[in-house]
Design a protein around this ligand. Structure first.
Ligand code: RET
Length: 250
C-alpha cells in the first residue's frame, strides 16, 4: 500500500478520537434518558445506549490500533510491523447492526409474534451482510473486493426492501402523532446505511486504486461519519420517538 502522509494519518486519528467522544457522550445521555420514557420503551432506549457503548469501546481499540500501525519519524510517516486491524470495525458492526434493527422494530410496538419474526429475519440478514463484506474489506485486489461487495449487497438490499415494504403496514398502524417520527427513523436508518456500501466502493471509482493512501483515508473517515449518524444520531432520535410516544401513551 502507498504510505499515508502525516496529515492523512492525523486526520484519521482525529476522526477516531472524535468518534470516541461522541459515542461516550451518547451512551451517558441514553442511559440517563431511560428514566424519561414509559416502561414499554425502556428496552429500545437501553439498546441504543448499548450500541453506542459497544462503538465507544471499538473506536478506542481502533484508535489504538491506528497509532500502533504507524509512527511519525523524521522523514515522515512510517509503518511499524503491526498492521492496522480492520476487524474491530466489522466485529462492532456484527454486534451493533442487528441491535439497531431490533431497536427500530421495538419502538414500533408490534405484536409479539411479528416483533420476533421481523427481528429474526432482519438481524439474520444484517449479520450475513457484514460477514460477506469482511473478506472484501481486507482483500488487496479490486476483483475480490468487488465480488464480496456484490454478495454483501444482496442481504443489504433485502433489508432495505423489507424496511420499505414489510414495515409500511406496521407504520400505518402507528398512532398519528408518532407516525411521522417513525417514518423519519426508518428513512434515517436507510439513508445512513446507504453510505457504507458507497464508502467501501470508493476503491472502485475510476482512478482510485486499492493501494491509494487517499482512498484509504476517505474510507476510514467515511465509515466513522456513517457510524456517528447510524448509532449516536439515530439513538438520540429513537429516544425522542420514545419520549413522544410516552407522552401520548401510545
Ligand atoms: C459492507 C460491505 C460492502 C457491501 C455492504 C456493506 C454494508 C454495510 C453496512 C453497515 C452498517 C453499519 C451500521 C453500523 C452502525 O452501527 C459491509 C460495507 C452493503 C450497511 C449501521
Amino acid at each position: 500500500m502507498e504510505m499515508l502522509n502525516v496529515g492523512q494519518f492525523e486526520l484519521v486519528s482525529n476522526a477516531f478520537s472524535f468518534a470516541i467522544a461522541v459515542m461516550g457522550a451518547a451512551t451517558i445521555f441514553l442511559f440517563l434518558g431511560r428514566s424519561q420514557v414509559a416502561p414499554q420503551y425502556k428496552t429500545a432506549v437501553t439498546i441504543s445506549g448499548i450500541v453506542t457503548l459497544i462503538a465507544f469501546y471499538h473506536y478506542w481499540r481502533i484508535f489504538d490500533s491506528w497509532h500502533e500501525a504507524f509512527t511519525v519519524g523524521k522523514a515522515g510517516l512510517e509503518a511499524t510491523t503491526t498492521k492496522f486491524n480492520d476487524a474491530y470495525r466489522y466485529v462492532d458492526w456484527l454486534l451493533t447492526v442487528p441491535l439497531l434493527l431490533i431497536e427500530l422494530i421495538l419502538v414500533m410496538r408490534l405484536s409479539r409474534e411479528e416483533t420476533i419474526s421481523k427481528a429474526q429475519k432482519l438481524a439474520g440478514a444484517a449479520a450475513l451482510m457484514i460477514l460477506l463484506g469482511y473478506p472484501g474489506e481486507i482483500a488487496t485486489d479490486v476483483g475480490t473486493k468487488f465480488q464480496w461487495w456484490f454478495f454483501s449487497m444482496i442481504p443489504f438490499l433485502y433489508i432495505v426492501m423489507s424496511l420499505f415494504s414489510g414495515l409500511s403496514k406496521a407504520i400505518n398502524a402507528q398512532p398519528e402523532s408518532v407516525r411521522e417520527l417513525i417514518v423519519t427513523a426508518r428513512n434515517l436508518t436507510v439513508l445512513s446505511w446507504c453510505f457504507y456500501p458507497v464508502v467501501y466502493a470508493l476503491y472502485f471509482f475510476p482512478g482510485a486504486d486499492v493501494g491509494s493512501a487517499k482512498v484509504a483515508t476517505y474510507v476510514q473517515i467515511g465509515y466513522t461519519i456513517s457510524d456517528i449518524v447510524a448509532k449516536a444520531v439515530f439513538g438520540v432520535f429513537i429516544y425522542v420517538v420514545a419520549v413522544r410516544k410516552s407522552e401520548t401513551n401510545a
